[in-house]
Design a binder for this molecule. Structure first.
Ligand code: FAD
Ligand code: TPP
Ligand code: MG
Length: 575
């Protein structure tokens, strides 16, 4: 590391500042406009991981951030390198994931001239970044990097992009770390509620007969798992989680009811509709969670604990809003929450649960077919006792994972919720493994999404990254096929999907690969994968036309769920 107040090139200042921000790994792909920065990497201790597509770099940075809570970093050149990052940036934005993307830009004198590989990437990414910067001088680099990291991780986290012109990378400036400290007037990420607002919330909790906590991603972001559990236990309030909140409370905890929403548990959705008080903790009432907002939880008062004031009354009107960090707010409330007898409410929920259990695919007779739900459940049984991270893609397999992998610990599920980005799993899984090398990382994509970013198999091999890949291969863009089955008269337009022989593909990269067609082979193959000290790919060839149940159709009320037909229907032409 250079001395304080050393004169360095903008490129060296960039890496120096990243090191001081604690960055150990970056994910990137070089090109002309970022080449001075790449050249200066030789002076840095930061490990650069060469990706195969810049979208992959952003998902890796995102997976890295979600696995740890720290900031992930992705690097690309100008023009096509930068525009390839757009999907990953939007993915991080929707799920409040802190990443910093660094892009090279053409020389400052060429900006606006349609120079070779010039794109106005700050313009392009304005609506999908928390903040972005165009840096045209070396003496702006340090302050910009420090501010970018501060913005990315403070308050509601999110992606920040720094676009640095080639001349700013090449010219010299003095690096004065202290003078570069963030000074942002008008940015107030640390709000806290008023005393009366606490009083109002506590009063509502005291009076409630059928309260329910809706726990979201904010639990994990603020690290409020312990406080949530203590709050729920002390006030005797059951907890439902959003997709991104899974792991925020142990699945085995008796007050944890499971996932809410479009593919949530039926008893959870019914309980939401019957509740007289909803306590929304670090969740943003996404439409996948509420269904039709006109009929959502009609008889309930609502308390919203949320760090971003813009989320208050955005989708659902609430009675009391506590704006600030969830963990701090729960700490404040905990000593004042009273134990209350809610036996009647708990008994009602237990009834609802019993009614649903008979429809669960786990409780239906074994038909000899391989169901994705069974694969996921077996994977959970085999990996539940270790430090396991499951990274899913988007589609039916993602929902089955949420339903049948019982997450006990925070940051053990990484998935793209808000944008629903296919192609996320493999690169995000790489990022997670780099961030937490001791963890057993399982990448769980569908056959469709895997084909969007499977080029990153080469990254795994080049960097010797041990991830296990469990492709849930149903020969369809399954989630879209399900919508066609339910809402478009089974017109399977553009959803049957051929794939390469995934075993041969894996082997072509030098990755040990297996195909599994029978349930009895699931556990031994998972065990073999865990024992092998290199990456492993498993092609789980599952039932082709199974659907995810229950389902709340888009725009329907939360209690109007499509339920699994009973007995189990045999479908498709599988053997
Ligand atoms: C195919 C598909 C199906 C889906 N089905 C479902 C479903 O059935 N059920 C479901 O739940 N989701 C589902 N989703 C996901 C859904 O789209 C949303 O991504 C998800 O519900 C959002 O969860 P969230 O509000 O907890 O997290 P986020 O969208 O990440 O929101 C987190 C909130 O917490 C706030 N916050 C952040 N930090 C703090 C802090 N320190 N203190 C307080 N607040 C904080 C943020 O400002 C934000 O408002 C599905 C997604 C896909 C792709
Ligand atoms: C980049 C992108 N394009 C399109 C979609 C729309 N979409 C949502 S789920 C899905 C099907 C996913 O198929 P697959 O990866 O095989 O998973 P499955 O649903 O079969 O488990 C599609 C096309 C999307 N979410 N992301
Ligand atoms: Mg599929």
């Amino acid at each position: 590391m250079a001395n304080d107040k050393a004169t360095l090139t903008g490129s060296r200042i960039l890496w120096e500042c990243l090191e001081r921000e604690g960055v150990k790994h970056i994910f990137g792909y070089p090109g002309g406009a970022i080449l001075p920065a790449y050249d200066a990497l030789k002076h840095s201790s930061i490990h650069h991981i060469l990706v195969r597509h810049e979208q992959g770099a952003t998902h890796m940075a995102d997976g890295y951030a979600r696995a740890t809570g720290g900031v992930g970093v992705a690097v690309a050149t100008s023009g096509p390198g930068a525009t390839n990052m757009v999907t990953g940036i939007a993915t991080a934005m929707m799920d409040s994931s802190p990443i910093v993307c660094i892009t090279g830009q053409v020389g400052s004198k060429l900006i606006g001239s349609d120079a070779f590989q010039e794109t106005d990437i700050t313009g392009v990414t304005l609506p999908i970044t928390k903040h972005n910067y165009l840096v045209t001088r070396a003496d702006e680099v340090a302050a910009t990097v420090r501010e970018a990291f501060y913005v990315a991780k403070s308050g509601r986290p999110g992606p920040v992009l720094i676009d640095i012109t080639k001349d700013a990378q090449q010219s010299n400036a003095e690096l004065d770390w202290e003078a570069a400290a963030p000074k942002m007037r008008g940015y107030r990420p640390n709000l806290s509620p008023e005393k009366e607002e606490y009083e109002q919330a506590l009063q509502l909790i005291r009076n409630a007969k059928r309260p329910l906590i809706l726990g979201g991603h904010g639990i994990l972001i603020s690290g409020a798992e312990m406080e949530l559990q203590m709050f729920a236990e002390r006030a005797c309030v059951p907890v439902a989680l959003t997709l991104l909140g899974l792991g925020g409370m142990p699945a085995s905890h008796q007050l944890n009811l499971g996932m809410m929403g479009m593919h949530g548990e039926a008893w959870v959705n019914t309980a939401i509709q019957e509740a007289d008080l909803l306590l929304a903790f670090g969740m943003r009432f996404d439409d996948r969670v509420t269904g039709n907002i006109k009929t959502y939880a009609p008889n309930s008062k609502k308390i919203h604990v949320e760090i971003d004031p813009a989320e208050i009354n955005k989708n659902i009107k609430v009675d009391v809003a506590l704006v600030g960090d969830l963990r701090k707010i729960l700490q404040e409330m905990l000593p004042r929450v009273e134990a209350t007898d809610r036996r009647e409410w708990m008994a009602r929920i237990a009834d609802l649960k019993g009614d649903s259990a008979v429809r669960d695919i786990q409780n239906l007779p074994d038909s000899g077919h391989l169901y994705a739900a069974h694969v996921i459940n077996d994977l959970w049984r085999e990996t539940r006792h270790g430090d396991t991270i499951v990274v899913t893609d988007v589609g039916q397999h993602q929902m089955w994972e949420a339903q049948y992998y019982k997450h006990e610990t925070p940051r053990s599920l990484i998935t793209s919720g808000g944008l629903g980005t296919m192609g996320f799993a493999l690169p995000a899984g790489i990022g997670a493994k780099v961030a937490r090398p001791e963890a057993d990382v399982w990448v769980v994509p569908g056959d469709g999404g895997f084909q969007m970013t499977m080029c990153e198999l080469a990254t795994i091999v080049q960097e010797k990254i041990k991830v296990n890949i469990a492709i849930i291969n149903n020969g369809f863009l399954g989630m879209v096929r399900q919508w066609q089955e339910f809402f478009y008269d089974k017109n399977y337009e553009a959803t049957p999907l051929i794939s390469p022989d995934f075993v041969k593909l894996g082997e072509a990269y030098g990755i040990r690969s297996y195909a599994v067609k029978r349930r009895s082979d699931v556990v031994p193959t998972v065990q073999a994968a865990r024992e092998h000290n290199g990456p492993v790919l498993i092609d789980f060839q599952v039932e082709k036309e199974d659907s995810v149940y229950p389902m709340v159709a888009a725009g329907a009320s939360l209690h109007e769920m499509i339920r699994r037909p009973n007995p189990l229907m045999e479908t498709g032409d599988d053997e």
